[in-house]
Each structure stands twice: as C-alpha cells, then as structure tokens.
Design a protein. Structure first.
Length: 140
C-alpha cells in the first residue's frame, strides 16, 4: 500500500514544526503500516510528569496525516485532518518512549480513516486513536 520512502525524507520534512518540537520521529514504513516514536519528557508530559493526552493525540495525528500524504499524488491532492478520537488507557511515564503504529481502516477517494495504537516500552497499549483525513484537490 505505501510507496517506498526513506525515513530521512519523512523526518526532515517535519523540521521546525510541532512534530520536531515534540521529538516525534518516524522509525519504520511497512507495506501496510507506519511507525513512529515520541519521548515522554519535559516537552510531552503534564504536571504530574505523565504523558500528556494532547501530546499523544499530536503523535497519532502526525502519523496518520503522513500515512494519508504517502498515498496521494501531492501535486494534485492534499490531506487535512477532520476528526480524531482517542481512548487513553494507560499512563506513559516520564523517561520512556512511546511508539505509534498506524494502519488503515478505510482508504477512499475523499477520505481516509486510520487506527493508531500507541504503546509503551513494555508493548502495553497507552492509547487507541481513530483519525480521519479529508482528501482535497489542489486548486490550479
């Protein structure tokens, strides 16, 4: 499903953005999934020193958005996030890394729906996220 793309390309695309500021890195692109990581540190924790739910959602939206972009001809189309819902199940602890794995639920002409599972270093689910992108045609 996903075309071949280098991790260097994906990671350099996000320089000087929220993604870069949160320390999000793409680590793997498989045939039907994309994987990324984010540190649980001073940039991504809430005052109790646990992973902030908003940072988790930012990680998920980042991975899902890039997944949609990789399926498009970016000279004619682009993707925008339209809906996201997260169920936070377990805390992420400061000093660890969380991993997000994104897989398609639906790939249509005008929308993509993704499931992103965020896990801790013990492979326990921290959050499950469903994310929808709208596919739009670039104006000429």
């Amino acid at each position: 499903m996903f075309p071949e793309v280098s991790l260097d390309q994906l990671n350099s695309f996000n320089q000087n953005t929220l993604v870069d500021n949160l320390g999000i890195k793409f680590t793997e692109v498989g045939k039907d999934y994309i994987k990324g990581i984010m540190p649980v540190d001073n940039r991504t924790v809430q005052p109790m020193r646990l992973l902030h739910g908003g940072a988790t959602v930012a990680l998920a939206e980042t991975i899902g958005s890039v997944a949609s972009i990789l399926l498009l001809n970016i000279s004619t189309h682009y993707a925008v996030g339209t809906e996201i819902g997260a169920s936070h199940i377990k805390s992420g602890k400061e000093g660890t890394i969380v991993t997000a794995i994104c897989k398609a639920i639906h790939i249509g002409k005008t929308s993509h729906v993704w499931e992103i599972k965020v896990t801790n270093e013990d492979d326990q689910i921290v959050s499950i996220v469903r994310f929808t992108t709208r596919i739009l045609e670039r104006r000429k």
